[in-house]
Design a protein around this ligand. Structure first.
Ligand SMILES: [Zn+2]
Length: 400
């Protein structure tokens, strides 16, 4: 199936499309769809459901033949994958895919599975909307999602304005040293250096930077990487000092430590000492990568991405996507999703599939969010206290 077939088919069914994912609800179950690629062709489509019960795929397997059911890392998540590459006509593939989704949701109904009932943000029931969270596409409150993301965007804008590089670098240094000290103490007391502990050092450095209100831009990642690598040397010198104390019986002064160290250790001895820790640290950095590379840009982008997935929760969601009722409700949801983005001054254009996949949108929307924030700063409090009555009316949000 080509990207065009996929985009057109989901668009015709009125699903909410964000980047290359489509969001909807069927038989009362919220879901999102994503394509799996082989080269430039989509070879399978996956629909991800999240239930309030944890269910093993094999219990549903027989009811939905010719599909692959897998459970996710989050309890309650089930993914149904259907191959589409064998059929040349994208339309047939999609029809078959939605037919399988119908069979799947029927089987889920018979098993008594339900969608989660509590909002992940406020933990209350009576949800009115759906949004994408790390655990899946789940019911929530529109107000909760808007408020939390507005706060994130505001904090990021605030940090961009007032964040301090110097303090952040100090925080990153202290964090890395603290993480290093922890790894060192555990190594001293246990007699082993646990590779997994090296995950701690970059994280501690990152949170140190953040805690000291460093400006969250590229300097954050650079500082974290530099101090994580320097912590290897700190570890090495501390280790040398302890070994020296054990064998000679005296504690070296910092100056003495350096001169003794370079006197005794040859280049190759240093290398063999630090090669393993360096390797561990490298894997630590890889594991932490998604966290330590986060910046204001990422925070705003994440907030925007979640806002774009907002949709009105419809417990009576029809079984067949593409019916008139469903189209109307999806369109309304899509408009509302855009509205909430426009409200935050971001690039709230309806997402057009295909053009959008490769597009790097973070920079532009972030600077816009920042500009908007600065303009609206004084009016923000009153606006947050009095939510506009008519969310369809763009003028309501147009504070100039
Ligand atoms: Zn809530």
């Amino acid at each position: 199936m080509t990207l065009q077939d996929y985009a057109r088919g989901l668009g015709e069914r009125g699903l909410l499309i964000v980047k290359d994912r489509a969001f909807g609800q069927m038989n009362g179950y919220p879901y999102f769809i994503y394509p799996n690629w082989r080269g430039s062709v989509i070879h399978s489509l996956a629909a991800v459901f999240h239930f309030s019960q944890n269910v093993r795929p094999r219990y549903l397997k027989n009811q939905v033949p010719d599909t692959k059911l897998t459970s996710g890392t989050n309890p309650g998540t089930l993914t149904m994958t259907v191959k589409v590459d064998k059929l040349d006509d994208g339309k047939d593939s999609l029809n078959r895919f939605f037919q399988k989704m119908g069979e799947f949701t029927d089987a889920a109904h018979k098993m008594g599975l339900t969608a989660p009932g509590k909002c992940p943000i406020c933990k209350q029931g009576n949800c009115d909307s759906l949004a994408l969270f790390p655990q899946g596409y789940v019911p929530t409150h529109r107000a909760c999602v808007e408020q939390s993301n507005f706060d994130r965007i505001r904090d990021a804008a605030d940090n961009s304005e007032h964040g301090n590089h110097g303090l952040g670098i100090l925080g990153a240094f202290l964090g890395a040293m603290l993480g290093c000290l922890l790894v060192f103490l555990i190594a001293m007391f246990s007699g082993n250096i646990y590779a997994v502990l090296y995950v701690v050092i970059p994280l501690a450095s990152y949170y140190g930077y953040k805690l000291f209100k460093g400006r969250m831009d590229k300097t954050a990642l650079t500082s974290v990487l530099i101090f994580s690598i320097l912590s290897l040397f700190a570890f090495e010198f501390a280790n040398f000092a302890v070994v020296w104390h054990r064998q000679i019986g005296e504690w070296l002064s910092p100056a003495g430590l350096f001169s003794r160290y370079f006197q005794i250790m040859s280049g190759s001895a240093m290398l063999s000492d630090m090669a393993m820790p360096a390797l561990f640290l490298f894997f630590g950095i890889l594991l932490d990568w998604n966290t330590i590379k986060s910046s204001n840009k990422t925070y705003v982008q994440n907030a925007e991405n979640q806002l774009q997935t907002l949709m009105v929760l419809d417990p009576q969601a029809p079984a067949v996507p593409g019916s008139e009722v469903e189209k109307a409700s999806r369109n309304a949801a899509a408009v509302e999703g855009r509205d909430s983005l426009e409200r935050f001054g971001s690039a709230g254009e309806g997402e057009v599939l295909g053009d959008d996949i490769a597009r790097q949108s973070g920079k532009q929307s972030f600077s816009e969010a920042l500009k908007e924030y600065q303009q609206q700063k004084s009016q923000e409090d009153s606006r947050r206290k009095e939510p506009p009555e008519n969310p369809q009316n763009n003028d309501t949000f147009d504070v100039k």
